[in-house]
Design a binder for this molecule. Structure first.
Ligand SMILES: Nc1ncnc2c1ncn2[C@@H]1O[C@H](COP(=O)(O)OP(=O)(O)OP(=O)(O)O)[C@@H](O)[C@H]1O
Ligand SMILES: [Mg+2]
Length: 306
């Protein structure tokens, strides 16, 4: 399958000398949800701005649907919807007008039913005649999403879509994003909420200091880099791990009332079966078992630190 977005060796050095994006290459496939994670100043917004044709790369190229984002700006921009990180809206305009106006800017015919559909989807229909300045922060962010969708784009960029949005609304947003994917929209989002990537992304890219450190299917990332911890709760306290179990690299926890064992889930032999047999041989009886998987958050922190 051809990528819908192809980024080839782009760099961005600002006039200040700041190298915000360094030799960045990436193919984005049609219909995927890609989450870009990275600390403040990593270059996420700069990268998105270059793909959307808002700023020009210092070198390298980006094509969207086969067209160059600099030479064929109008063509590429018309199929992209962008929800910017900053709230940029006309305070005195109503939600409805904001969206209709934006659709018009892209040369699309008025379509009341379509606008009604997106406003309803984003729970904004009741607020359609309210001016932007009378809306709450979370509502404004939803207006931005509606605005980005107003010209029916096939690619949607969401730069921190749920910053400042409450937990319930965040879940609604995830449902909306998943629904857009079902309609065939390709979605690229940046986020600081790692559980957001964990919840909705197909692929996860980790960016730090302008460079792409990791790009991987979310499932593989969790399997490959994550470890699982088995916690074995004991019936009675032990002072130390018996010598017969020294090959397992076990840790004593909860003041001798439990043992923890780390293993890689994707490995053929996790060692759990033999560990349980050997525990029995050593005369240790179990009260309960519990397993815990490393989260994307722990993987992220680990990669960025290295
Ligand atoms: N217009 C500009 N002129 C000069 N430097 C800039 C400009 N825009 C961004 N930068 C710098 O480029 C780097 C990357 O910024 P960018 O906004 O892309 O980061 P980000 O990953 O989006 O961060 P955040 O998570 O805080 O939104 C930063 O060091 C920033 O100061
Ligand atoms: Mg940013």
């Amino acid at each position: 399958m051809n990528p819908i977005i192809s980024i080839k060796n782009i760099n961005k050095t600002f006039s200040t000398g700041e190298e915000a994006v360094k030799d960045f290459s990436l193919d984005i496939m049609k219909g995927e949800i890609l989450a870009l994670l990275g600390p403040n100043g990593a270059g996420k917004t700069t990268l998105i701005s270059m793909i959307c044709g808002i700023i020009e790369p210092s070198s390298g190229s980006v094509s969207v649907n086969g067209f160059d984002v600099v030479k064929d700006y109008k063509k590429t921009r018309s199929i992209i919807g962008l929800v910017p990180q900053e709230l940029v809206l006309e305070s005195f305009e109503t939600a409805m007008n904001t969206i209709q106006f934006s659709r018009g800017l892209f040369g699309k015919k008025r379509d009341h039913e379509f606008i009604k559909k997106i406003l309803t989807q984003l729970s904004l229909w009741d607020k359609r005649n309210t001016t932007i300045m009378e809306l709450s922060g979370g509502m404004k962010r939803r207006v931005l999403i509606a605005k980005a969708l107003s010209h029916e784009p096939s690619i949607l960029f969401l730069d921190e879509p749920t910053a400042g949005v409450d937990v319930e609304l965040r879940k609604d947003m995830w449902a909306i994003i998943k629904n857009l994917k079902k309609q065939g929209v390709t979605i690229i989002l940046t986020t600081h909420y790692i559980e957001e990537a964990e919840e909705i992304a197909d692929r996860v890219g980790i960016i730090n200091k302008g460079e792409l450190l990791v790009i991987e299917e979310k499932r593989n990332l969790l399997n490959k880099m994550g470890t699982k911890t088995l916690t074995i709760e004991l019936n009675s306290k032990i002072k130390s791990i018996p010598n017969s179990l020294s090959s397992y690299n076990l840790q004593l926890a909860s003041k001798g009332m439990s043992i923890t064992y780390n293993y890689k889930k994707q490995e053929e032999k996790t060692g759990i079966t033999s560990l349980l047999v050997d525990l029995k041989k050593a005369g240790i009886t179990l009260k309960d078992l519990d397993t815990n998987q490393t989260s994307l958050e722990e993987i992220f922190v680990d990669i960025v630190r290295k």
